[in-house]
Design a protein around this ligand. Structure first.
Ligand SMILES: [Fe+2]
Length: 262
């Protein structure tokens, strides 16, 4: 059973689900694929949408009631996708920006699509200094991180986690993003797979196919940690055992010339 940590399922408050009907359709798709818990993650502070904690709580209550009325067995937890902007550390400290599942342990943060803005690392350090573990949302979809995975490597060594998007693994965003996802997974830079679903068509809340793909790229142990164990730990307010991930990763394959020289 999966817990999906990144999903725009709340109706009408960002670029995700447009209405209650679509949210219910997304919930049914999630349940069909074995998802039993969803952290709702509307955008916050991205320059277009502002969804402070109180607003998320209101929308969450309404959707929970609708799920019960429809008999859909999906548990919803509060959360946000937080744009990494200078005011974010203060917003988190003041409780206006939601941590993952409101546990005060981890925070899902997103970067712009193409760049890593100056000062990003300092902001991540400030969030870590508050005792929070930043989870970098879909680094494989950021052009600069694709070209310079060493930036992500540095952030992970600082204590950040990273979330790959399921559909990046299964190729819906094209071969370039799929390759980046594979490399980041194989290098141990990915800790969680989540759907980042926005709709009941195309960008849907499914995880099982991505888990199978990750198992092919690595092995079943790694896929289970990324798809099941770590997400469940995080919603319980516990830190993932990143050493277990490092230990389970297959060693990097040598290239033909490396094999020749031993
Ligand atoms: Fe998202």
């Amino acid at each position: 059973m999966y817990a999906d940590l990144h999903c725009h399922i709340l109706p009408g408050i960002d670029d995700g689900s447009k209405d209650l009907e679509q949210s219910l359709a997304m919930a049914r798709l999630a349940v069909e694929d074995g998802i039993r818990t969803v952290v709702v993650t509307p955008h916050h502070l991205n320059g277009v949408y502002a969804n402070p904690a109180v607003e998320v709580a209101r929308a969450l209550r309404e959707l929970r009631e609708a799920l019960i009325a429809e008999g859909i067995p999906l548990k919803l937890l509060p959360g946000s996708e937080l744009h990494l902007v200078p005011e974010l550390p203060a917003e988190l400290a003041a409780g206006r920006a939601l941590t993952l599942a409101d546990r005060g342990q981890a925070a899902l943060v997103e970067l712009p699509v193409h760049t890593v803005p100056m000062g990003s690392e300092h902001l991540l350090e400030q969030i870590i200094a508050q005792g929070l573990q930043p989870i970098i949302a879909h680094p494989e979809r950021n052009s600069e991180l694709r070209q310079h995975p060493e930036i992500l490597e540095e952030w992970v060594s600082m204590g950040c986690l990273a979330q790959v998007t399921a559909q990046s693994c299964t190729g819906q965003f094209g071969p370039q993003i799929r390759d980046a996802a594979r490399q980041m997974v194989q290098r141990g830079l990915v800790h969680v797979v989540a759907s980042d679903a926005h709709r009941d068509r195309r960008r849907i809340p499914h995880l099982s196919e991505a888990q199978r793909q990750i198992a092919q790229w690595t092995n079943q142990t790694v896929a289970d940690l990324i798809a099941i164990d770590f997400p469940h730990r995080l919603i319980a307010g516990r830190r993932p055992d990143t050493e277990a991930l490092t230990d389970a990763l297959p060693p990097p394959r040598k290239r033909w010339w490396q094999r020749l020289v031993g």
